[in-house]
Design a protein around this ligand. Structure first.
Ligand SMILES: Cc1cc2nc3c(=O)[nH]c(=O)nc-3n(C[C@H](O)[C@H](O)[C@H](O)COP(=O)(O)O)c2cc1C
Length: 332
């Protein structure tokens, strides 16, 4: 089994990815949050920064593109190829209203003919047919209804998609309800391309349950679960190693005190954002976004959770975090 770190806009920028990789293992591939190249100008300065090899250390992430026209994709892909990237991911899953209104992300799923035309143009480009780049796709199972899936599956099956990541929710779900495992099961059977599963694997128990139901799946993309618990990839690999009897080596898998490592990771991120961002507000915004997920590891500290959320100065924030870790029994 291989675990991939999902793209998460506002969270998994290069700073986060590099530090996650430095402190934790278990992740085979990291995806960048979506980049939206235009046919004219390619990537923005901010987007370029996220994929420049010098900002990505030893990680070669998979850049993800969010487009509704082939020219934007191909312009971005050319640029990324020249930077040394091989796999490029197409976002057909983003549920945000502003994105779908532009027929991007899962907004394009409602227009099968346009989707087909987009894929046709991308997959007939010499850069793709010649094997210079591999195109993977991350998709939801429909815009308004899971019944849209069978037609989408037919379209995807016409193209040599390097990996098809399926998040089995429809756009309307956003992150509500549950992944539709019935549709996923049919997709797994029908797909001519390798399938990656994505959705609601937050704990070892979730993983065991999923694996029991889908023993044929070989790749899982983890999003919120890894933000909540950055060790999740290591933990799941350990389960794999135990169950298969294989001694697969995971980086830093010693059973040390987890919260100490989490604290070190947190401090490194906090410091890096402080150096990169102008203004305490921006740093706090980033850190609070993280805590919205990571706080599940501190279920007995609702008051400190509130203090972190409400902090307006770095000093207030740091004090609340210090207390949170102290309360959990691991000092500073
Ligand atoms: C804050 C946030 C930002 C996200 N940004 C992206 C993105 O840039 N591209 C993308 O394809 N999916 C994005 N997603 C969706 C995740 O990649 C993933 O598909 C989703 O969280 C379901 O997986 P999970 O249940 O493991 O979290 C985002 C999700 C969240 C919560």
């Amino acid at each position: 089994m291989e675990f991939y770190f999902a793209p998460m806009e506002g969270i998994t920028s290069y700073t986060y990815r590099n530090l996650h990789h430095r402190f934790f293992g278990g992740v085979e591939k990291y995806y960048t949050p979506f980049l939206s190249p235009s046919a004219e100008n390619g990537l923005s300065t901010r987007e370029l920064k996220d994929v420049l090899p010098e900002n990505n250390g030893e990680i070669r992430p998979v850049p993800q593109l969010l487009v509704n026209h082939p020219e934007g994709f191909l312009k971005g892909a050319r640029l990324l190829r020249d930077l040394g990237y091989r796999e490029i991911n197409l976002n057909l899953g983003c549920p945000s209203g502003t994105v779908t209104a532009k027929k991007k992300g899962s907004g394009l799923l409602m227009y099968p003919e346009e989707l087909d035309a987009l894929l046709d143009r991308i997959f007939s480009d010499p850069m793709v047919t010649g094997g210079e780049i591999l195109v993977s796709v991350k998709t939801r199972i429909g815009k308004n209804s899971p019944e849209e899936w069978s037609q989408l599956m037919e379209i995807y099956n016409q193209y040599p998609i390097y990996e098809l990541t399926i998040h089995p929710r429809i756009q309307k779900d956003f992150y509500k309800n549950h992944p539709d495992l019935e549709v996923f099961s049919s997709a797994l059977e029908a797909s001519k391309n390798p399938v990656v599963y994505n959705g609601d694997i937050f704990t070892a128990a979730d993983y065991r349950r999923f694996r029991e139901q889908f023993p044929a799946v070989e790749r899982i993309m983890l999003g919120r679960g890894l933000i909540m618990d950055p060790e999740l990839g290591e933990k799941l690999l350990k389960i794999e190693a135990e169950e298969t009897g294989m001694d697969r080596v995971c980086k830093e898998t010693e059973d040390g005190p987890d919260l100490v490592r989490l604290r070190q990771f947190h401090d490194a991120l906090f410091e890096a954002y402080g150096e990169l961002m102008s203004g305490d507000r921006n740093v706090l915004f980033r850190m609070k976004e993280l805590w919205a997920h990571m706080i599940v590891q501190f279920p007995d500290s609702p008051k400190l959770e509130k203090r972190i959320k409400k902090s307006t100065h770095l000093s207030e924030y740091t004090e609340a975090v210090n207390e949170l870790f102290k309360e959990a029994g691991h000092g500073l």
